[in-house]
Structure formats: structure tokens, C-alpha cells
Design a protein around this ligand. Structure first.
Ligand SMILES: [Zn+2]
Length: 257
């Protein structure tokens, strides 16, 4: 099964997968000191489906916020288990409205299964393709497909991006890993909504950088997505907080904003 198949690819599980993920987290840590006196929030959408560009952006914009969209151009113009995917017009439109367009490899590769050089090539292909289609952006940040990383790849990708995001839940604070930032999913129905709201309560109690990641935003979402009501409820919980796309949040963390 290729990563771009319409049915979802599931990365290897079992003990091997667990040990590999542990190594990816523990090794090649590039410290990013996050010392904030108030919470910082980022909403991100991966792959990404049209419903994230439509419903997702509309909801955030009602609150005056912008998101980060991790585009894998191999999905451009296609339909997957997440629904109809973005097209080039969506990317240009989001960019024009102030959202961040960021990199997620071209073919949505499981980067734990390839060399760092192959990972870099897949990312360059994504950026070059999108640039050739007139999507003008700096591609400042990156998200690992499936959250699957490897130590050498983390190091290599930080030569191309300011920060890399994974999918391990948690709030980034204190000494975080610039090469594998934690993120809380926007999925899982009622249970997932509780988890997202708990994360907001946690970041209010002890400031840090809370990054959310989602996929589709529609009524009857996939297992990787959420409903518009789910997203709205999380946004309401974040009202009054500093919400920015990842690159702009990084400016705050690094004292550049
Ligand atoms: Zn993805």
C-alpha cells in the first residue's frame, strides 16, 4: 500500500514500532526553551482536506485567528478517506488570508522507513511542486506524516525548517524539542473533545505552547477529524488567549515578536 492510497496507511506497530518511536523522541533532541508567562496556542491541519480549508478556516477566522496548513502536494486535487482534498486555489486563498502554508512531504511518506536524504528529497519535491504552481510561501515549519520520525531525519530537516511537529500529545514548555514538537489531536469525538479541553485548561494553569492538529472538519468526520461544533467548542475555550500559526508562535517563543 502506498502512503497516498485512499485507505489509510498504518505505521508499523508492536515492539519494533514502540522502540523506534522511543528512539525518535529521545535522540537528536534540539532544545527549544519555552518560557512563557501566558499561554500560546496554534491550530494546525495536516494533509489536508477541503473541509479544513473551508469549515476549519472559517471558524478560526470568526475568532480573528489563523492556522497552519501542512500540505502534502501528492494529495492535491484528490479524494481520500478524509474527503475531498485541497487544490492549488485553496492553498493560494489560505495564504492570501494570512494562514501559514507549511510542509508535510510530497507523498505523505512514513519517514521512519527512509533515509534522511530521501526525506529531504521528498520535502524538496513538495516545496518545488507547490512553488511551480504559484504557491508562494517560505515553508518555515514541517509536520511528520503519522508523527513518524528518526533521529538523523530530525537533524537533517532542521536544516530546512525552523521547527518540526509530531503527533505525541502534550504541551510544549520548558525544554522542548524543536525537532519533534508535541501536539494534541482534534479528533476522537466526545472523548477527544474532553482531551482537547483539558489541554486548554492545563495550558491556562501552566503556560506553554499548545499545538492542536486536525484533519477534516465536517459533520460526520473521519476517525482523524472532528465536527465543526467540536472545533468551535475548542476555540471558545481558547478565547482571550494568544492564538497564532506555528511560525508566528515560534517568533514569540524565540523573542522575535
Ligand atoms: Zn498527514
Amino acid at each position: 500500500m502506498t502512503a497516498l492510497a485512499e485507505t489509510p496507511y498504518i505505521p508499523a506497530g508492536g515492539l519494533t514500532g514502540k522502540l523506534r518511536r522511543l528512539a525518535a523522541r529521545a535522540l537528536a533532541v534540539t532544545p527549544l526553551t519555552i518560557a512563557l508567562d501566558r499561554p500560546l496556542i496554534s491550530f494546525t491541519f495536516d494533509d489536508f482536506p477541503k473541509s479544513a480549508a473551508g469549515n476549519g478556516a472559517s471558524i478560526l477566522e470568526e475568532f480573528g485567528w489563523r492556522a497552519t496548513y501542512f500540505a502534502a502536494a501528492g494529495f492535491t486535487g484528490r479524494t481520500t478517506h478524509l474527503g475531498e482534498m485541497h487544490d492549488i486555489g485553496d492553498l493560494k486563498d489560505l495564504k492570501a488570508r494570512g494562514h501559514e502554508i507549511a510542509c508535510h512531504t510530497y507523498a505523505h511518506d512514513d519517514l521512519s522507513q527512509m533515509s534522511a536524504a530521501e526525506a529531504l528529497a521528498g520535502c524538496a519535491k513538495n516545496r518545488e511542486y507547490l512553488s511551480s504552481q504559484g504557491v508562494e510561501t517560505k515553508f518555515e515549519t514541517f509536520a511528520f506524516p503519522y508523527g513518524e520520525a528518526a533521529p538523523a531525519t530530525k537533524r537533517a530537516l532542521l536544516g530546512a525548517y525552523r521547527a518540526l511537529r509530531g503527533v505525541r500529545p502534550g504541551i510544549n514548555r520548558g525544554r522542548a524539542d524543536r525537532g519533534l514538537l508535541k501536539a494534541v489531536p482534534l479528533d476522537g469525538g466526545e472523548y477527544g473533545l474532553g482531551r482537547a479541553l483539558q489541554a486548554v485548561a492545563d495550558v491556562k494553569a501552566e503556560p506553554g505552547w499548545l499545538i492542536f492538529y486536525g484533519h477534516d472538519v465536517r459533520t460526520g468526520p473521519s476517525s482523524w477529524g472532528c465536527s465543526p461544533q467540536f472545533l468551535e467548542t475548542v476555540c471558545r475555550a481558547c478565547e482571550g488567549l494568544d492564538v497564532r500559526p506555528m511560525a508566528r508562535a515560534l517568533d514569540v517563543v524565540e523573542g522575535k515578536a
